[in-house]
Every structure is written in C-alpha cells, then in structure tokens.
Design a protein around this ligand. Structure first.
Ligand code: FAD
Length: 505
C-alpha cells in the first residue's frame, strides 16, 4: 500500500509524545528521544509512499545516513561534491545528546579508547578534547555494596575474578594487532575466536561474576556472554583495564561539533529531516529517492553512494543489489536499549564514571555525565549531576515491544526503582528524566559476525559502499570513523576513474 504525500506529511505531526509532563514524584518527564519508528515501520509494512519527484539533482557522492559514520565520510570528502541525507533534524544518529544546567549528556554512546589516527584527526578538526579516565573509572555493585576500581578491592572473590579475566583476556589477545576487524583480517586465531561464544571461555568462573560480565557485554553489545563471540567479547573486556576517553556530552559531543563545522563549510551538502526510500544501483552510479517533511519526493543521481545506515534498512531500500549480499545483510540480529538520563539538582550518586550492576538487575550500568567536566576543571556545582542509565534488551526479548508501546511513565518508574535501590538519595534530588529508545539499536556481535562483515567489505564496489559502523565489528566510534573513511576512499577512487563529473546543482 502506498501513502500519498499529504498522508505522509501528517505522520510527521502525529507523534503523541511531543509534550513533556510532570510525573508522580515531582520530576519532569521529557518527551521521547532516540529513534522515531514512523518511517522505518512504513517501510517494513510495505507502505512506501508514491514517488512523484519534485526535484532532480546530480552530485558525485551521496552519503545516506548522518550518524558518526556518515559524518566521518563527509569529513573525508569535505572538499568534494557530496550530499548527505539524514532522517533527523539533528545529525549524529545514535550519537545525539541533550543538556541539563549547562552540562551535555548522551542519549547513548559514551566513551572511546585513546583517540589516535583517524579519530584523533577528526577530533582535532572538530576542536574537541576528551578527558582521560584511568581504569579506576569502573565500579561494581557486588555483595550489596559498591566497589570502586579494579585493583586493591576489599572483596577477595570479586578481586580474584577480575584478576582472572584480566589474565585470560591478555592471554587470548596476546598477538592482537589493532582492533577486532583488522586482527580478523590477518590472523587465524582471531578467525577461530569469531566462531565461538565468549561464554565458552567462562565455564570455570563464579556464576555471579558471569552475571556481572553479562551486563558488561549487554551494555555495549546488546547480548550477554553466551551470545557474543569470543572475539568481540575479549576485545571489549580490555576496556575494563584500559584508560578511556570521554568528551563533554560523550561521543555525541564529537558528532555535534563535527556536524556543525562541516555544515558551516558546505550547508548545501546536507539535507536533514529527509527519509531515503530507495537506492537504485546502476552500472555506473546510483539513483536515490528521498522524501521531505512536506511529503515531497526528490531524486538525486550520483557516481557513488556511501550507505551509512543499518544493514537491515539497507536491505529494504536498495534495488539491484544481488540476493546473496542482501541475504547477508538480513542475517544480523538487532538488540534494543532504553537509555534514561536522570538529571539531579545536586550530585548524590557516589560512584566512579561507569558503574556496573549484576545479579537480577536489568539496568546494566550507570554513567556519570559530569566526569569529563570534572577532569577538565569546567564543572560547577550548579550543574548538578546527570546519570545515564543503560537498560539493554537482547534480540527477540520483550524489550522492543515495550519501547514501541512507549509507556514513558512506567518505564521511568521501573528504572528509578532500580537505580534508587543502589543510590538512596536519588529520588529526593531528581529534577528531570529524559528517556531515549533505540529499537534496532545494534547489530549484535554474535559468532561469525566478523566473517560476515569481511564478506560484505569484499563485495561492495565502485558504485556503492557499506559505510555503517556495524560493518566494522564492535559498535563504536572507532568503527564508525573507519567505515566512513573507507567509503570516502571508494568514492574518491570512483571519481578518479570517471571522466565526466557531476557538480552539485
Ligand atoms: C545505547 C548505546 C550506547 C552506545 N555506547 C557507545 C559507547 O560508549 N562508545 C562507542 O564508541 N559507541 C557506542 N555506541 C555505538 C554507536 O552506535 C556508535 O559509536 C556510532 O554512534 C554509530 O554510528 P553510525 O553512523 O554507524 O550509525 P547510526 O548512529 O545508527 O547512524 C545511522 C544514521 O542513519 C540514519 N538513517 C537510517 N535510515 C535512514 C533512511 N532511510 N533515510 C535517512 N536516514 C536514515 C539515521 O537517522 C542515523 O542518523 C552505543 C550505541 C548505543 C545505541
């Protein structure tokens, strides 16, 4: 069934959660942030609008998707002819953020490894500095109390289990070159680790400790130790012992500054609030059709299309891609998240930066948004405290349905109940709650994910490139930057081969 332009325009205006409200308990409950399911669900249900195109343009490269990966692609094409299209008004995708009393907080992505290479270059361009956090950044809720750091802990069992997993991680990753994707390409050991679960390495561990590790994995990968591959699991576990880096507002702080600079440089190269309905691959280029907020459709022809959107959406909107590749794209499973930002009038949560819960908790961890401000010396008491709370839901669990149903009050109450149980002064100081829902948040890093990724990367071509972070393995800013840069290099190669170039009309 097709929708008319007018019907489509109405869907932009029909979101029932546009107004915030005061909830029982006296805190303000903001409207939903995160994913807007409207267009994705029309696409899923085959209700693609009728195409009557109002404009036709030509450009060398189209970048579909303006998350971190799409922005990194744009950065590498900043002196070229390109057009970036994104569904939302604010660029950044999952790397978007809010503000409370002068403090930025993330709707999702939080921290990164030490910025080096391409990430460092991009941060320099965006003029963003990330604060360094030592491995004391982690706390663990264990035996009904918090334990801070990974060394010198008073609980002997927790300490011995942390030491054991540290040793095992070191042993398994002894010859790791760089990240999982690069290592996978070069080393049979990495390929073997991609075939089995992390859980298969944890049989001798204490069961309560494994529950803690389950939440550690779920928070970043959306699946626990039994469902993530040993390759992605061990690479992630290094984060427990390494220093991390955090920008104000988390990784969205980087995306925001980058987007602002790129847009200022070439405003005509960005179309925001537009949904791409179709990517038609041709022998020597591609034709993209997108709809705007007024329900009008536009056509753009290009020499190369960098596809920086999740694989599932790519499979649905791309025409003339061979079925084998489409089949591969559809093999990825997606987990979901509820992320709650709890804005407090004063700091009452006495944790480190990243605070892990295990046991029966469905909250995986709680992050303190003020940490980078404190390290940089820019924190002021009137900023209060923002706790970013992660509630991951594995694929095929009840979570996606709950998020879609969208009962904000119930979800906020459930989250607050859990966090209050580990922070007694929370409710008395709570001012505002901002909930973000991510429906198909992450392509989970199940066994054989790296194998599948390697296949995709081998089979895109001069006309299109897979540019979403998920093609690089663990969902992270480093993977997004790598995916975006690789796509830009393919676009430049295509340009070098092409005699007649398009210019942006
Ligand atoms: C809860 C959560 C916590 C995370 N924590 C971390 C962390 O601490 N550190 C870290 O490094 N990473 C983290 N990540 C991973 C994060 O996903 C990546 O770091 C990165 O932001 C992904 O960027 P991307 O551009 O590949 O994808 P996305 O952010 O998914 O961007 C895709 C873009 O495509 C657009 N789009 C999709 N379909 C269409 C269409 N048809 N038409 C137009 N536009 C479309 C979307 O609007 C979006 O802007 C986290 C993710 C989540 C969800």
């Amino acid at each position: 069934m097709a929708l008319s332009g007018v019907e489509l325009a109405k869907t932009y205006l029909s979101d029932p959660s546009i107004n915030g409200a005061y909830a029982k308990g006296g805190y303000k409950l903001d409207p939903w942030t995160g994913d807007d399911f409207t267009f994705g669900h029309l696409l899923r249900d085959g209700k693609v609008p009728k195409f009557k195109c109002q404009s036709k343009t030509k450009v060398d490269t189209v970048i579909v998707g303006g998350g971190m990966a799409g922005l990194a692609c744009a950065y590498n094409l900043k002196d070229q002819s390109y057009l970036l299209l994104d569904q939302y008004d604010n660029l950044g995708g999952q790397s978007r953020s809010g503000t409370y009393s002068g403090m930025d907080f993330s709707y999702g992505p939080a921290y990164m490894s030490e910025p080096e290479g391409d990430v460092a270059e991009l941060m320099q361009y965006a003029n963003v500095t990330a604060a360094k956090l030592e491995s004391s950044k982690n706390s663990f809720y264990w035996g009904d109390k918090w334990h801070h750091g990974v060394e010198g802990l008073s609980d002997a069992k927790l300490q011995s289990q942390l030491d054991q997993i540290r040793q095992d991680t070191k042993k398994v990753l002894f010859n790791k070159k760089n990240d999982g994707a690069e290592w996978f390409a070069e080393d049979p050991d990495a390929r073997a680790l991609d075939q089995v679960s992390l859980g298969s390495y944890l049989k001798s561990y204490d069961k309560d400790f494994v529950k803690l590790l389950d939440n550690f994995c779920k928070s970043a990968l959306c699946v626990g130790t039994e469902k993530t591959s040993a390759l992605s699991g061990f690479v992630l576990l290094e984060d427990l012992y390494h220093t991390s880096y955090v920008a104000p507002g988390g990784n969205p702080g980087v995306a925001k500054a980058l987007a602002q600079k790129l847009v200022a440089q070439r405003p005509d190269s960005f179309k925001r609030g537009v949904f791409v309905w179709s990517i038609e691959l041709k022998d020597d280029g591609a034709k993209i059709i997108y709809g705007d907020k007024k329900g009008r459709h536009h056509e753009v022809e290009c020499k190369h299309v960098a596809i920086a959107i999740p694989h599932m959406v790519t499979a649905r909107i791309t025409k003339n891609m061979n079925n084998d590749l489409k089949g591969r794209l559809l093999q990825y499973k997606y987990g979901s998240y509820l992320v709650a930002n709890l804005c407090l009038k004063k700091p009452v949560f006495e944790g480190s930066y990243d605070n892990w819960l295990g046991g029966t908790h469905t909250v995986a961890d709680v992050i303190t948004a003020e940490s980078p401000y404190k390290v940089a010396g820019t924190y002021k008491p009137e900023m209060g405290q923002v706790l970013t709370v992660y509630m991951p839901y594995e694929p095929n669990s009840i979570g996606r349905g709950l998020l879609f149903q969208g009962d904000r009050k119930k979800l906020a109450e459930d989250t607050l109940k859990e966090v209050s149980s580990v922070s007694s002064e929370l409710m008395a100081n709570l001012d505002r709650v901002v909930l973000s829902r991510w429906g198909h948040a992450l392509a989970v890093t199940a066994p054989k994910m790296y194998e599948n990724n390697a296949y995709l990367l081998k089979n895109d071509n001069d006309v299109f490139s897979f540019a979403h972070s998920s093609v690089q393995g663990i969902p992270c800013i480093e993977g997004a930057v790598e995916a975006g840069k690789r796509a830009a290099m393919k676009a430049l190669k295509k340009k070098a081969q092409t005699k007649t170039l398009f210019s942006i009309a």
